[in-house]
Design a protein around this ligand. Structure first.
Ligand code: FAD
Length: 494
């Protein structure tokens, strides 16, 4: 007999609701706890999971396996080629291990919910208990509604409701216990599971040696790293977060998104620790850096709540149906210039270089490049959304889709469509000294002063041309006017 916890995007032992419940159940029943993770290459394909992200998960599993082994809990990782087979394979393994109960944390995307629905049926047929619990959001989806009983589609009133809900339900921020130890004999009993190894990445998601070196040093994996980062951020940076968070050269944000999205850090842990660091010991009042950061972590919850209430956004549809009629461009040539950071707008190009090198981009720059693609180039925002997922190490469907919807004005609580970022003004405002641009565009590092923002218009054309930096691919006013008229035209169609 045994109890199983199925790990997915919750790759940690601490403050993990399903794992804690599974451990408690096993202890009460006097049986061992077994941990399972399924590698699903077809899911990676279907969800455009980037290779750095797959690598990050597999590195994390190595660490998790060691940590769990210290508690005499085996972690078994298996690759299941056909994703349709995942639920039946989970049930087969449970039968093999004599498991009476499987626990997991819920994932809210449509494919994942369908998979869990199938598992529910199969488990019922085999007499195995199956519990899927809310864990990834601080406030579970479905808990917040407006006075008319509707889901919020605007962030600010939603956030006020989120804070009020946490004030009246402080238990939502309480920490779940880490799993207890299995009895010693489980080592013998499940020797093959303890001895099993973590599979390699599927061939099409494998990093080469140079990439491995780069991503391993940029993004150390595992929950211990996540906690160290969180502690350092809370001790050293959070106080200045509100004033500095929009400046990409300032290196002032937490760089925790990869940990939230793979679950090496729970958002509940982060919000609780930030709250406890506040002078008020509350989520509001006190230190504005702390409350500002909590409200950013809340955006992650917001977009997941949106996904649960309007699942059609998982199916390539814009949140606002009336925006489905915009006539997008599909110019491959223009799209490639954007992907490779060859647009001739230094702030856009620097940001795309950061993404291509690090698998990460600063939030302000994500907004700038998304606006440039969907408005100046009028390219279908879904192409940009895909490119981000294929390259981000922190790719998360709800946050990415939400960010693209915001910037292209097609999503929930978006920028109004007529608000079109001027890339030059964004560059001058948020990278005033051009530090970020010089870091990511070495071809412009010798350009002095304000010419860095627009080298061809500000007297640095010689350096730019010598180093093959391209001229702007589109004139700002032309792009802006065309976007305004195309958006208007699209909205006017039935
Ligand atoms: P911090 O500023 O320290 O914020 C802390 C945490 O709050 C983040 O780690 C993140 O979990 C959450 N957060 C902050 N801002 C947002 C936001 N706008 N939306 C949702 N959550 C937020 N974030 C992802 O995690 N995955 C994505 O795939 C993703 N794609 C994006 C695409 C676009 C077009 C845009 C505009 C934003 C996207 N974001 C995404 C949100 C945001 O850019 C990143 O979460 C942030 O840059 C991560 O850096 P950090 O951990 O240093 O953030």
């Amino acid at each position: 007999n045994s109890v199983v916890h199925w790990f997915k995007r919750d790759l940690r032992t601490q403050d993990n609701k399903s794992l804690a419940l599974a451990s408690e159940k096993a202890k009460d029943a006097g049986v061992p706890l077994i941990a399972l993770f399924i590698v699903s290459p077809q899911d990676y394909q279907a969800h455009l999971t980037s290779s750095p992200r797959v690598d990050f998960e597999l590195r994390t599993l190595q660490i998790l396996k060691k940590d769990l082994a210290q508690l005499d809990i085996p972690l078994y990782v298996e690759t299941v080629e056909k994703r349709k087979k995942v639920p039946s394979r989970v049930v087969e393994l449970c039968n093999e291990w004599g498991a009476s109960h499987v626990f997991c944390n819920i994932e809210y995307e449509v494919d994942e919910l369908r998979r869990e629905a199938k598992l529910t049926r199969l488990c019922a047929e085999k007499g195995i208990e199956f519990s899927a619990v809310h864990d990834t959001c601080v406030v579970p989806p479905g808990e917040l509604a407006s006075q008319q009983g509707k889901q919020y589609a605007v962030y600010s009133p939603w956030f006020r409701a989120w804070i009020a809900h946490l004030h009246s339900n402080p238990d939502l921020l309480e920490k779940y216990d880490s799993p207890g130890k299995n009895s010693k004999d489980s080592r013998e009993k499940f020797k093959n599971l303890f001895d099993s190894s973590i599979p390699d990445a599927p061939a099409n998601k494998m990093l080469n040696d140079e990439e491995k070196k780069r991503f391993h040093s940029l993004w150390p994996a595992g929950e211990h790293e996540a906690h160290d980062r969180l502690d350092k951020f809370l001790n050293q940076k959070i106080g200045h977060y509100t004033e500095t968070r929009n400046y990409p050269a300032a290196n002032s944000t937490a760089l925790l998104s990869v940990h939230f999205s793979s679950g090496t850090l729970s958002a509940r842990t982060a919000v609780r620790q930030a709250r406890d660091a506040n002078t008020t010991k509350k989520l509001d009042g006190g230190n504005s850096g702390i409350t500002g950061w909590i409200s950013e972590v809340a955006w992650r919850d917001f977009y997941k709540h949106v996904l649960v209430h309007w699942p059609y956004i998982c199916m390539n549809k814009p949140f606002k149906p009336e925006y489905a009629n915009i006539e997008w461009s599909y110019s491959e040539d223009n799209f490639q210039k954007w992907c490779q950071g060859q647009t001739g707008y230094p702030i856009v190009d620097a940001a795309m270089h950061q993404l291509n090198h690090m698998g990460y981009m600063h939030n302000r720059c994500r907004m700038i490049v998304a606006s440039f693609l969907s408005k100046h180039l009028l390219i279908d925002w879904r192409k940009g959304e895909r490119y981000f997922m294929e390259h981000l190490i922190d790719g998360d469907f709800a946050s990415n889709n939400g960010g693209w919807g915001f910037s292209s004005s097609t999503g929930v609580d978006p920028q109004p469509y007529f608000r079109i970022f001027n890339p030059l003004m964004q560059s001058e405002r948020f990278d005033p000294e051009g530090e970020y641009i010089r870091k990511w565009l070495p071809e412009l590092k010798d350009v002095e002063g304000k010419a860095i923002h627009a080298p061809y218009e500000r007297g640095a054309e010689k350096i730019a041309a010598k180093n093959n930096y391209p001229k702007p691919m589109i004139e700002h006013k032309f792009g802006r006017d065309r976007a305004l008229s195309k958006y208007k035209e699209g909205l006017g169609r039935d």
